[in-house]
Ligand binder design. Structure first.
Ligand code: ZN
Length: 137
C-alpha cells in the first residue's frame, strides 16, 4: 500500500531537495505531475480552483516490485469496470483513477504496456483498452 502525506503549501517545491524549479510532466484537470531537475524526484500535486495553495503528495513508499502485481490487479479491475460502463477503458480515465490511488503516471503506463505485451488487455483504438477474454470465460 502506498501511503501519501499531504503537504499544503503556497509554493510548489521538491520535498526531496527543496528545489522550487520543477518541470511539468503531466496534467489532468486539477492533477499535476512534476519532475525535479535537480534530484529526479517525481512530485504529484493538485491545486483547486479559487485556491492559492498547492497540495503536494509525498510518497512514503514507492511502487515496489512486489506491489506491481497488486497495481496490475487494480488496473485490470478498473479496465473491467470501465468496459462494463462505457464499452472500453480510456487511458485518460485509467490514469486519473490510478493517480487518485497514488500511482505515478510512468508506472501506470509501463504496467499497461506490460499487460498488452502479455495479452491480458488489447487496444481496439488508440488509448482505449479492453480485456482479452477466452471463450467460456
Ligand atoms: Zn529535488
Amino acid at each position: 500500500m502506498i501511503k501519501l502525506t499531504e503537504i499544503v503549501s503556497e509554493k510548489l517545491f521538491c520535498y526531496s531537495c527543496a528545489s522550487e524549479e520543477l518541470i511539468l510532466k503531466y496534467k489532468h484537470s486539477v492533477w499535476f505531475e512534476f519532475k525535479c531537475p535537480l534530484c529526479g524526484q517525481e512530485i504529484k500535486a493538485l491545486t483547486l480552483p479559487d485556491s492559492y495553495f498547492w497540495v503536494i503528495f509525498k510518497e512514503t513508499e514507492g511502487i515496489l516490485k512486489n506491489s506491481i502485481s497488486k497495481a496490475e490487479d487494480i488496473i485490470l479491475k478498473i479496465i473491467e469496470e470501465l468496459e462494463k460502463k462505457e464499452g472500453y477503458a480510456s487511458e485518460e480515465k485509467i490514469m486519473e483513477l490510478m493517480m487518485e490511488k497514488g500511482y505515478p503516471v510512468d508506472s501506470v503506463r509501463e504496467i499497461l504496456f506490460e499487460l498488452r505485451e502479455r495479452g491480458e488487455i488489447y487496444s481496439p483504438k488508440k488509448n482505449k483498452f479492453k480485456m482479452v477474454r477466452m471463450w467460456g470465460d
